[in-house]
Design a protein around this ligand. Sequence first.
Ligand SMILES: NC(=O)c1ccc[n+]([C@@H]2O[C@H](COP(=O)([O-])OP(=O)(O)OC[C@H]3O[C@@H](n4cnc5c(N)ncnc54)[C@H](OP(=O)(O)O)[C@@H]3O)[C@@H](O)[C@H]2O)c1
Length: 224
Amino acid sequence: MKVVITGGSRGIGRALVERFVKEGHMVCTCSRSEESLKALWEELQRTDRVMFKGCDVGNRLSAKDFINFCAKHMKEFDVLINNAGILGLRESIENYPEDVWEEVIRVNLNGVFYITKYAIPFMKSGGVIINFSSGAGKRPAPYWGAYAVSKFGIEGFSLLLAEELKNRDIKVYAFNPGATRTKMRADAYPHEDPNTLKPPEKVADFVLRLISLRPPSGSIDFYE
Ligand SMILES: NC(=O)c1ccc[n+]([C@@H]2O[C@H](COP(=O)([O-])OP(=O)(O)OC[C@H]3O[C@@H](n4cnc5c(N)ncnc54)[C@H](OP(=O)(O)O)[C@@H]3O)[C@@H](O)[C@H]2O)c1
């Protein structure tokens, strides 16, 4: 398969890159830091199954460059995984700083729109799009501010996209990975013991199963 994954430098995105490569698939990935992607590529013995590029998904020109870069190398995509995201602050709406709000919506929501819009022409019939959501995007999560609102947006975006792509046989999922041992989770819960959480590799296992099963489009939660 030919797979595009945003935010592949660490956390869940990195586990996805490693897993797809291990299974013999081709991956094109990005993150803001091209250095961290290069380090990952070195760890993967400079495999020719991974292509990477520095990109800010929330910047439309950067997002377009990245997708064109992937298309140049892979021609078509079987899978698009919109994984990149940022947390912002845990703060009340009343006290939420406007600049942080705008940045979180720019990356988590506009970024998914740009990447998906530019990728759709290259998506194969029978393909899959997975948009990373969160429990905070499904039920009220006070003090999760722009992050929660961006993930509610991802739920809605995924539902309407699924309808639009139905005739092209492309499945679309809003996917909640649940609590996972990553930097984002540690930033959100600094007092939590990370060893009590599942590792990102478990989420990667689930995502591969999801892709092979291709259930009807919709909102999906990780389960054991
Ligand atoms: N971990 C959890 O418990 C949990 C729970 C529910 C949902 N999620 C969702 O799962 C996804 C992955 O989370 P994670 O925990 O693995 O996060 P993470 O460890 O913070 O990793 C985020 C990845 O996204 C990249 N990224 C951030 N901003 C970007 C931008 N503007 N453009 C391109 N890449 C960008 C980061 O690299 P750079 O910093 O180099 O850009 C990094 O590779 C997110 O969408 C998150 O909301 C996670």
